[in-house]
Write a protein that binds this ligand. Structure first.
Ligand code: OSB
Ligand code: MG
Length: 372
């Protein structure tokens, strides 16, 4: 496919409610979207970098620089066949995975449209509905959290994940479990504990958690393997897994029993599929994480979640939990049984609403191949 133009935009979108993790509160997102035009078709990609480099080393601004200075011009100079060609094209640029995924995922979307199939079909997806959970941020008080949980359970969500950190953990789990003894419950520490907290973390075993996500350092396998030996609760790694080799190392070392896959964190669909396959071959279930995406990224997450080894509810939930107006049509909706029905339309099956993209855009830059 010939790349006719790549348009990179920054959109400002306000969340319907602030999201608090161990590294701070997010109220407004600064989202980068790539629109790639090729031979009459348009593919879209979303950058999942945070506004500040707290989840990973990337940020909205670092991704903007990586794409405009390096990755955009590299891609615009190519004639390629597949989304899977992108890692080779971008190989000379180290790291910057979320920036790379922004473009690669748009190419996969284009490829699916060109083949006239859904992105799910293109990547070999098998599920036609996907189970959904929600990730609930740290709240001002426990009663506020309980009210949130009540609402999400009533909406049908199959798994509740609680963000936790020292001071917002055991007491919270006690209150939640005493009210709902049987729900599927998990927690995500975003690296807020240290090995000296191991005794404290073993207390989490009392709450029958499906998993504890990324308790220790963001770049660690070794100490997680030490911790996993002491915990009954499975550890799930998120921040530590950047590629297939990381997944293999973590599985081999028994640093985790579950893996969270995020497209941006691993650099796009090619590597996400490779991580999925590596985990599947070794009997390790995976699920799809979220990064407070707009509908563009959400559409990609839904397609990814249709691969066979996505066997646990993801953090992929309804548009309206995040946005008053999402930028896709139709918006992502979750059925009363907590399932999203996967579209079999071409690409993601969602249309990007150009009127809203225009309304939320604060800057844009266009690249053309120069080959006309
Ligand atoms: O660790 O999974 C995480 C959001 C921002 C950064 C990191 C994480 C999250 C979430 C939110 O948990 C998931 C969602 O999009 O609802
Ligand atoms: Mg996480």
């Amino acid at each position: 496919m010939r790349i006719d133009a790549i348009i990179l935009r920054e959109l400002h979108m306000t969340l319907v409610r602030p999201f608090e993790t161990s590294f701070g509160i997010t109220r407004k997102r600064r989202i980068l979207l790539a629109e790639i035009k090729s031979e009459g078709l348009t593919g879209w990609g979303e950058c999942t970098a945070g506004e500040r480099p707290f989840f990973s080393e990337e940020s909205t601004d670092s991704a903007w620089a990586a794409i405009t200075q390096e990755l955009g011009p590299m891609l615009a100079a190519e004639t390629l066949e597949h989304g899977g060609d992108c890692p080779r094209i971008f190989r000379q640029v180290r790291h910057n995975r979320m920036a790379k995924a922004t473009l690669e995922d748009a190419i996969w979307d284009l490829e699916a449209q060109r083949e006239g199939v859904s992105l799910s079909r293109l990547i070999g997806g098998v599920h036609d509905v996907i189970p959904c959970g929600v990730s609930l941020g740290i709240q001002a008080s426990i009663p506020e959290l309980l009210a949130q949980i009540e609402k999400e359970l009533a909406a049908g969500y199959q798994r509740i994940k609680l963000k936790c950190k020292p001071g917002w953990d055991v007491e919270v789990f006690e209150r939640v479990r005493s009210r709902w003894p049987a729900i599927t419950l998990s927690c995500d520490a975003n690296s807020s504990y240290r090995l000296k907290d191991a005794d404290h973390l073993t207390a989490f075993d009392a709450f029958d958690l499906l998993m504890i996500e990324q308790p220790l350092w963001h770049d660690d396998f070794y100490y997680h393997s030490m911790l996993q030996k002491r915990l009954q609760t499975p550890i799930c790694l998120d921040e530590s897994i950047h590629n297939r080799r990381d997944a293999l190392a973590a599985i081999e070392m028994e640093s985790c029993r579950i893996i969270n896959i995020k497209l941006g964190r691993v650099g796009g669909f090619s590597e996400a599929i490779a991580v999925h396959n590596a985990a599947q071959e070794r009997g390790i279930p995976v699920w799809c994480g979220g990064m407070l995406e707009s509908g563009v990224g959400r559409g990609h997450n839904i397609a990814l979640s249709t691969l066979e080894n996505f066997r646990l509810p993801g953090d992929v939930s309804a548009s309206k939990r995040y946005w008053k107006e999402d930028i896709i049509e139709p918006e992502v909706e979750v059925r009363a049984d907590g399932m999203i029905v996967v579209s079999d339309g071409p690409g993601t099956g969602y249309q990007v609403r150009e009127d809203l993209v225009r309304k939320f855009t604060v800057r844009e830059e266009t690249f053309r191949s120069g080959k006309g």
